[in-house]
Structures are given as C-alpha cells and as structure tokens.
Design a protein around this ligand. Structure first.
Ligand code: 5GP
Ligand code: ZN
Length: 148
C-alpha cells in the first residue's frame, strides 16, 4: 500500500499534490511508497510521462536523496516499459529546475519522453540547442569557477 504524504509534505496550492491525493484526475502508470508516475497532458511525444515524489518538494535543489533515488528508479522502470510496450527507439529524461530552465510546476518531477526514429507524427522533438565546439578558454574558466 502506497504511503500518504503527511500534511507537512503537501502544498495545498500544488496541482501535483492534488494528483497524489487523487483530488485531481490523472492517468497513473506506476506508484510506490515514495513516487507516482502519470501521463503528461501536454505530451511532447507519444507516451510522454512524468515521475514525481509523493511528498511536495520544489525542485532538484530541494528534493531529498531518498526521494530522488526513488524517482530515478521509477523513471528507469518507465523507460523500460515504454521500450517494451510502445516500441519506442529511445527515451529522454528531462528535469527543469527553476522557471528560466522551463519549470512550470514547482513540485519536482522528471519527464520521461519516449522517442521514435523518423516519425514526426509521434515525435516532433528537436534538440533545443545547436551543438557547436566551445571556446576552450571559456570552458576552462567555468570549470575553474565550479571547482574553486
Ligand atoms: P515543467 O514545465 O514544470 O518541467 O513540466 C510540467 C509538466 O506538467 C508539463 O509538461 C505539463 O504539460 C504538465 N502538466 C501541467 N498540468 C498538468 C496536469 O494537471 N496534469 C498532468 N497530467 N500534467 C500536467
Ligand atoms: Zn506538490
């Protein structure tokens, strides 16, 4: 039996907390003690799903290690199921941390996005950046800033 988050782990204004509490409907795919996986209602590709912790936490910077581990394991299960049942050719995991990084729902979640080769009807996705070689001095400077 999946655990119910205690009141301090619920944000009454959060739509994903309402999905956990079954106050809002969702197509649920997987659940365990710590997580719930469900379909995204604005799918980027056919089968696009989300995995979230049951307990409310804002983002990647605030989630605890046990919930993060459980969410990643749920995402792995889902990726395997998508590969098996949907016959997708690949899977992207995406987490948006902060509004500038495209986060719109501030209850941590991982997008699990099945990918289909040469199939724009099921998969219209393109890389959001144009890969190009970086300036080595800039890359070194950033690495030094991160390592300082
Ligand atoms: P974010 O932009 O925060 O990374 O992702 C939020 C995701 O939640 C979006 O892909 C959006 O389509 C999805 N979403 C927003 N509201 C709902 C909802 O009420 N139900 C479901 N199933 N997904 C939602
Ligand atoms: Zn929440």
């Amino acid at each position: 039996m999946a655990s119910i988050p205690t009141p301090e782990h619920v944000d009454p204004d959060c739509i994903f907390c309402k999905i956990v509490a079954r106050e809002l409907p969702a197509f649920v795919l997987d659940e365990d003690e710590r997580t719930l996986a469900f379909m995204d209602i604005n799918p980027a590709s056919r089968g696009h799903a989300l995995v979230m912790p049951r307990a409310h936490t804002q983002d990647l910077l605030t989630i605890g290690p046990e919930d993060l581990q459980a969410a990643v394991q749920s995402a792995q299960r889902l990726a395997a199921r998508m590969t098996d049942r949907l016959r997708c050719d690949g899977v992207n995991l995406l987490n948006c941390c902060g509004a500038p990084a495209w986060q719109t729902v501030f209850h941590f979640h991982i997008h699990v996005i099945p990918r289909y080769k040469d199939d724009p009807a099921r998969d219209p996705l393109r890389l959001p950046w144009i890969p190009a070689p970086g300036n080595m001095d800039d890359i070194k400077a950033v690495a030094e800033e991160l390592n300082a």
